[in-house]
Design a binder for this molecule. Structure first.
Ligand code: NAD
Length: 250
């Protein structure tokens, strides 16, 4: 038996980075996967990887900032697997600019995906989860939703909103046995940070005060997400799981 045996897990942004490692790990642990992303080619390729290890997955093309898309995604998941047990709101975008250079379009782009898209996800999955015995919603925030840094204000505002929105949803839906938690990764080696980490000086600055002087492998975040998806975390809701190599400890 896997740790999420037969659970239906819907993961956004599953084509790359943390999302990809999460769907591979969950499939290895027995979950049935609904993987969504804007990037269809990469998403289908991850479905192929899951099938190659004997897992079950479908890809659905999805723009998380569209509520219409969310309605279609949840409907597809329920039609295919009958229910949704776990939602991982993982898709996200990052803009690096000082406040004075951040445009309204930058602000809207980041907040539409990272915050509004995540709100739509929680809102649309709740009816499916309420019909079954409950569920686990895992919202991917960031250490940048907890502490400040230079040149990431739109992103930081979006991830800070995710942090407390998670607690609102946790309080509101506890009576339906739906747990809602946030995950706060530090610096992770994914395409999102690749350009910055390729520059030694910028990479050092991004790592900041992290005690582990290295970025994490995305699987080190996927293990935490898996824990929140399982019943091993049954007493956790509204919590912040910080996985940051000690970044926020200093
Ligand atoms: N990499 C890090 O250092 C780091 C640190 C803290 C938090 N995070 C968060 O972790 C999550 C995953 O990041 P990652 O590093 O794996 O990034 P990534 O760029 O490797 O993957 C993000 C995925 O999201 C998809 N995506 C982007 N916009 C979308 C949209 N509108 N609709 C659907 N899919 C969309 C992309 O196509 C991509 O496949 C994000 O929420 C990010 O903010 C990352």
């Amino acid at each position: 038996m896997g740790r999420v045996q037969d659970k239906v897990c819907l993961v956004t942004g599953g084509a790359s980075g943390i999302g990809r490692e999460t769907v591979l790990l969950m499939a290895e642990q027995g979950a049935r996967i609904v993987l969504t992303d804007l990037n269809e080619e990469a998403g289908q390729s991850v479905v192929g990887e899951i099938e190659a290890i004997g897992g079950e997955a479908i890809f659905v093309k999805h723009d998380v900032s569209s509520e219409k898309d969310w309605i279609r995604v949840v409907k597809t998941a329920v039609e295919r697997f009958g229910q949704v047990d776990v939602l991982v709101n993982n898709a996200g975008v990052f803009v690096v600019k000082p406040i004075q250079e951040t445009t309204e379009a930058d602000w809207d782009f980041v907040n539409d995906v990272n915050t509004k898209g995540l709100f739509f996800g929680v809102k649309q999955v709740l009816s499916a989860m309420k019909k079954s015995t409950g569920g686990s919603i895992i919202n991917i925030s960031s250490i940048y939703g907890i502490v400040g840094a230079s040149s990431a204000s739109a992103y930081q505002a979006s991830k800070a909103a995710v942090r407390v929105f998670t607690k609102s949803a946790a309080v509101e839906y506890i009576e339906h046995n739906i747990r809602v938690n946030s995950v706060h990764p530090g610096v992770i080696a994914t395409p999102m940070t690749a350009d910055i980490m390729a520059d030694a000086e910028a990479g050092e600055a991004l790592l900041g005060g992290a005690i582990f002087r290295r970025p994490a492998h995305p699987k080190e975040i996927a293990w935490g997400i898996l824990f929140l998806a399982t019943d091993e975390s049954s007493f956790m809701t509204g919590s912040e799981l910080v996985i940051d190599g000690g970044y926020t400890a200093t």
